[in-house]
Design a binder for this molecule. Structure first.
Ligand code: HEM
Length: 200
C-alpha cells in the first residue's frame, strides 16, 4: 500500500474515532441536561433556555458529526454518498439554527458569542454552497466547500481538545475565549493548506 494511502486511512480513523466520541458526548448532554441538579454543572444553564433551540443544537450537532464520519468513508458520487450528504445538510441546519440562538447566551458574552455566531454563518454558507455546486455539476467546488464545511463541523472536536490543553497554562476564561475563535480558524487554515497542496 502506498504511503499516502496509509496516511489518509490513519487520518480518517483518528477523525472517525473523535467524531463518534464527541457525538456521544453531545447525545449524553442532550439526554442529561434537563435533569441535572448540581448548580456547579455547566450544562445546568441550558435548562433556562428555549428547549427547541437547545435540543436542535445538541441533536443536530451529534448527527452532523456522525454523518461527517460516514462521509469520510463513502464512495463519492454513489447513492450512499448522496443519502448521507443530505442527512448531513439537515443535521448542520438543525445544529446551526440552535447554535445561533446559543451564541446569544454564550458563556463569556459577546466575545465568545461573536466567534460562535461567525462560525455558524460560515458553516451554513459553506455547506449549502457545497451542495448547490454538486447540483450544478461543479464537482471541484463541491469537494472544496464540503471540506471547509466538515473542517467547521470538526470545530466541536478541536474545542474540546484545546480547552483542557490550554487550561494547563492559562486561566479558564481566557482559555475559553481563545478556543472559541481558535477551534475553527485553525481547522480552516489547515484545510486551505491541504486544498492548495492537493490543487483540488
Ligand atoms: C460547528 C459549529 C458549532 C457552533 C457555532 C456551536 C455553538 C455552540 C454554542 C454557542 C454553545 C454554547 C456555549 C456557551 O455557552 O459559550 C454550544 C454548546 C454546545 N454545543 Fe455546539 N456548536 C457547534 C457545533 C457543535 C457540534 C457539532 C456538537 C456535537 C456534539 C455540539 C455540541 C454542543 C454541546 C454538547 C454544547 C454544550 C456545552 C459544551 O459542551 O461546550 N456543538 N455550541
Amino acid at each position: 500500500m502506498a504511503k499516502s494511502t496509509i496516511a489518509s486511512t490513519a487520518w480518517r480513523l483518528v477523525l472517525s474515532f473523535l467524531s463518534l466520541a464527541i457525538a456521544g458526548y453531545g447525545i449524553y448532554i442532550l439526554i442529561q441536561y434537563p435533569s441535572m441538579t448540581d448548580s456547579a454543572d455547566f450544562a445546568v444553564k441550558f435548562q433556562g433556555l428555549n428547549p427547541f433551540f437547545v435540543q436542535s443544537h445538541f441533536l443536530g450537532g451529534a448527527l452532523a458529526l456522525i454523518t461527517a464520519c460516514f462521509q469520510l468513508w463513502s464512495k463519492p458520487g454513489g447513492a450512499c454518498h448522496k443519502f448521507i450528504g443530505y442527512a448531513y445538510v439537515i443535521s448542520v441546519s438543525m445544529a446551526a439554527v440552535g447554535g445561533c440562538y446559543l451564541a446569544c447566551y454564550s458563556y463569556l458574552g459577546w466575545s465568545t458569542g461573536a466567534a460562535f455566531l461567525t462560525l455558524d454563518v460560515l458553516w451554513i454558507f459553506s455547506t449549502f454552497y457545497g451542495i448547490f455546486s454538486a447540483l450544478k455539476g461543479n464537482q471541484q467546488a463541491h469537494r472544496r466547500w464540503m471540506m471547509r464545511s466538515i473542517a467547521m463541523t470538526f470545530a466541536a472536536i478541536s474545542l474540546r481538545l484545546q480547552i483542557p490543553l490550554l487550561m494547563l497554562f492559562i486561566d479558564g476564561e481566557l482559555a475559553y475565549l481563545i478556543v472559541a475563535w481558535g477551534c475553527w480558524i485553525i481547522n480552516l487554515i489547515f484545510v486551505e493548506i491541504y486544498l492548495r497542496r492537493k490543487k483540488y
